[in-house]
Design a binder for this molecule. Sequence first.
Ligand code: MG
Ligand code: MG
Length: 270
Amino acid sequence: MFERGIEIKTPAQIEIMRRAGLVVGKTLELLRHSAAAGMTTGELDAIAHDNIRSLGATSNFLGYHGFTGVICTSVNDEVVHGIPGARVLNDGDIISIDCGAIVDGWHGDAAITVAIGEVPAEVTELMRVTEESMWRGIAAASLGGRVSDISHAIETYIEGEGDYGIVEGYTGHGIGTAMHQPPNVPNYGRPGRGPKLVKGLALAVEPMVSLGTADSRTLADDWTVVTADGTWAAHFEHSFTLTDQGTWILTALDGGEAKLEELGIPFGGR
Ligand code: MG
Ligand code: MG
């Protein structure tokens, strides 16, 4: 059912989205432990493809507007949408791995950023701030609130942590029978705006944060987004929904229970 262009899911449909979310979460955990110096991004993609298939799901990235991977692999100054291929990971790199899957027509979408070996402390901190901002954004979402409550919480957290660039021009999004649906979920903005947060809404929250500028550009491959100033960027993403009980992270292996408890947010999953 759609209300003003926003897809409202039944509890049964959310259950299927949870299955898709678990495929994504499990695949990302496998990739987190697989990523190593000397490996190519194409090899990571092959691992992801095998895993998604073996879990009985299909990829929503592969063939998306002609995309050739089942994951996006964005290394160092690459922000998002990097194409897996011959690039070799080196000790000291960071890589954003964005993954999606479809189960019975319902989509999941999430991303992590992983360090390959040792990285400078400021890069570790960039990754921590980016991931935490995603959680703070999700934690700011409650039934009856508005989409930009999430945006504002992400921005407020990042700005409180130091001098970072919140990459402009890319947002989180609604998710359901398609990977990208209305509404957009910006990573900054004033609270109390945008569509109401209601039961049956599912949103992907995905801050992209750099050590420098908020500006980016797209490489000649027409996909890879890099920071305009060459500083490194991190990217984390989860898909979540709100139930009467609380918040449910559809792409987290534990449904988000542990982290939500730490943030004092009721767990809405099962
Ligand atoms: Mg994604
Ligand atoms: Mg997404």
